[in-house]
Design a protein around this ligand. Structure first.
Ligand code: HEM
Length: 390
């Protein structure tokens, strides 16, 4: 005897046979659309996560916020309304809780989300040039440097492809953007080859250890071989993209805060002048740490208020899921750890929206410094953090 499902399928096929092709296509799309909406609204495993209703069926609002440069404000507004965990797409949540941040970032169980695949890797100023390549790019003397333009182009293409992953398929023919990214990669390859030449010809000062040198002497733990050209280039482009804008944005905000708060500026200048009256003395890192606690506090407060990584750091929930802020997140969900949100987490910060460097002074201040996650935390913490502190 024919089963009920078989009978149903036969009837549906009969109806489809009686329609022309365009009607079949439209009908199939409509049925799929209705199924998707019903599933996302009533059956999907993230339906208990608070958030705007449209996040259940579309990731486009957050993509538009990314493209328009409003991601930080957009996420802040959602967290204000819905709390520390917010659903921002069919398979994506944002989390602004500091404890969750440390939990997720401290374990290899949470892989970087596939969204990172769109990152071409790379961005710098003169300092990053010195740190990474052992040479200044002379951007300051030259009123900018072509690399900055290449890095910005690489960042733009990354953001556009993250928002519209389908474009990855045609990125090689996207005008302008791709060619600048290729110039950036070619620049890195040239720098690597020049360094290898100068090592071979004994004209490289081996006492100088910069990031490129560390990579050249590293062994890939997966295959026990030195890094290939492709690996070296990817690492160096990443270094440029990750190091340039982040550092310059932080310094720009620090100067802006000094201008906005003359009392903070005067206190900083007084601390520096009192401890280092001779303006020709080069202030060493160790001395600055000991004698300039207020100046250092202004840097921490700037990182808290205006950390240069405005986006959320995406990780994938592990196979057995995870509980965050009392909500269960099942396997395979993109968890966006929202740095700017963690920096105003009311469980940690008093008057989080006020610029108040004094909060980082004294013993309590020292423990609050550990709550700053501008460089992320845990196992994939920013490798530039130590250099930036210097
Ligand atoms: C104020 C300056 C900086 C800030 C706020 C900053 C922030 C961050 C953050 C939040 C991450 C984690 C990204 C993620 O997990 O998705 C990161 C990663 C990274 N940063 Fe920085 N960074 C700064 C400067 C630098 C500098 C100067 C360099 C290099 C010279 C650098 C190199 C990197 C690299 C290579 C990664 C990727 C690490 C990995 O995936 O394991 N950063 N940075």
């Amino acid at each position: 005897m024919e089963s009920a499902i078989g009978f149903f399928v036969r009837k549906v096929l009969l109806v489809f046979n009686s329609l022309n092709n365009s009607k079949v296509v439209c009908g199939t799309l409509c049925i799929y659309g209705v199924y998707k909406v019903v599933y996302q609204l009533f059956l999907d495993p993230l339906r208990h996560i608070p958030g705007p209703w449209f996040s259940r069926i579309s990731g486009y609002p957050i993509r538009i916020a990314i493209l328009s440069g409003n991601l930080t404000d957009y996420l802040h507004s959602l967290h204000r309304k819905y709390g520390p965990i917010v659903r921002v797409g069919p398979n994506r949540i944002s989390d602004s809780n500091t404890k969750d941040f440390k939990k997720v970032m401290s374990s290899y169980k949470y892989k970087k989300s596939t969204n990172y695949d769109s990152y071409a890797n790379g961005n710098p100023t003169d300092v990053t040039g010195e740190l990474a390549f052992g040479t200044s790019f002379h951007a300051i003397e030259n009123d900018g440097y072509v690399i900055i333009d290449w890095v910005n182009a690489a960042m733009k293409s990354t953001i556009i492809i993250e928002a519209f992953p389908i474009l990855k398929l045609i990125q090689h023919v996207l005008p302008g953007i791709k060619s600048k990214e290729e110039k950036l990669r070619a620049f890195c390859l040239d720098s690597i080859k020049m360094r290898q030449d100068s090592i071979e010809n004994n004209i490289f000062d081996a006492r100088r250890v910069d990031i490129l040198q560390m990579y050249l002497t590293s062994i890939n733990t997966y295959n026990q071989k030195p890094l290939s050209y492709d690996e070296l280039m990817t690492e160096m482009v990443t270094m440029l993209i990750a190091g340039v804008d982040t550092t310059s944005i932080t310094l720009s905000w620090l100067l802006t805060f000094y201008m906005l708060y003359p009392c903070v500026y005067n206190k900083t200048i007084e601390e520096i002048r009192t401890n280092f009256p001779d303006t020709d003395t080069v202030i060493k890192y160790k001395d600055a740490r000991e004698k300039l606690p207020y100046t250092i506090a202004t840097v921490y407060e700037t990182l808290r208020m205006k950390g240069s990584v405005g986006s959320d750091l995406l990780r994938e929930s592990p196979e057995d899921g995870v509980e965050l802020s009392g909500l269960f997140i099942p396997y395979g969900v993109d968890i966006g750890m929202f740095v700017a949100g963690a920096h105003v987490d009311p469980e940690v910060w008093d008057n989080p929206h006020s610029f108040f460097p004094e909060r980082f002074m004294g013993d309590n201040g020292e423990s609050l410094k550990k709550e700053i996650v501008a460089f992320s935390s845990g196992i994939r913490v920013c490798p530039g953090k130590k250099y930036v502190n210097v």
